[in-house]
Design a protein around this ligand. Sequence first.
Ligand SMILES: [Ca+2]
Ligand SMILES: [Ca+2]
Length: 401
Amino acid sequence: MVQRKFNINGKIVLGMAMLLLVIFALCITAVNREDREAEAANPVFLLNGTYTYVAQTAVGSTSGSGSGSTITYGSESVVEIRIREDNYSGSYSINKGTILSLQKYNIEARAINVKSHKRFVLRKNGTVIANNTLSGSSTILLYSGSLTDGTYDFEYEVEHIQGSTKVTFTYLFDFKADSTGPSTTLKNGNILINSGTRVRGSVTYTASDPSGLMYIYYKNPGDSTYTKTVANYYTIQNGASDGTYYFYAKDKVGNSSSIESVIIDNTSPIGKMYLNDGTLVNSGKVTNKSFKYTATDEGGIQGLYLKRPNGSYGSYTAGTLISGTNGSYNFKAIDSVGNESIESEIYYDNILPIVVIKVGDNIVPNGGVIKATSISASSTDSGSGIEKMEYMPPGSSSYST
Ligand SMILES: [Ca+2]
Ligand SMILES: [Ca+2]
């Protein structure tokens, strides 16, 4: 048996309870009708306990037992045992072991036909936390205050007179107090993370509660409302959409955990290469100009890396102009959560091609004067190869290919 009662982090202001319930009903449509009805109730709880008695008369004593929220002797009601908050409406019978989530526990002995209250003992998890000798015959509060989460049991003694018979009752009841939302964890893979962390890959939210878990609520990026699940975990799979995911959980008494979130970033940085004159170039570009690289990512860049010809990747500072050894240069960027960009490659070549002029098989030195009916020219380049070769014949003022 469980009593559901809505609260937020155990801090409902009683006077605000109805207003909060209205706001709650308007905002969280995912909460079903059954929950709302239970949450709206704030009854006085009539405690269905057990009691024993000893009746003393002039000729001796007898004993007996009974059960219920009202201690009776024969047809006579003596006292009713109940738990209520300061404000309540209606009544509700609860059995031993019921879980309650109240802001304040007024354990009350409502006197009907009491000769004298005698004693009250309250234990938490088996340890006595109140042990009071009582007196008086009118309705009294046996205990009034908040109770931290735990298992409570109490014992109450009362005296009743019927004719010449003095009856002493000992009443027993126990219940659990739970005003705390579920315990939760957020894990990125196997690593525990804090709420609000940006990560890539899969994330699992789990919740548990000593009173039992009712639902996990989750809201994916773009969702306007929470969805609930009865499972005790919710997993954001690898490759899920980027964005902020929200979670909270509710226990079977209605206590909610605080909202937690995780920012999923499965998107790699975008890198860009520029020549020293500011020209944006694509991967695969061949150039004789110095060049530079930069990258952007919504979640920030952790590092930029450069691999020089015949080298391996090392750290690179955004915008630093690079030149030097001829060959292939590669850049990449890694974002704040470890997503790696695709590589950008640029081929640097500042060695001039070599042109060789020949007559037959004989090489003609540069500037040489020869006598021949035909000459040939060939060109080579040790770097990026020859794109084109041009020549200018006598009498002409321009080169042609
Ligand atoms: Ca709880
Ligand atoms: Ca990213």
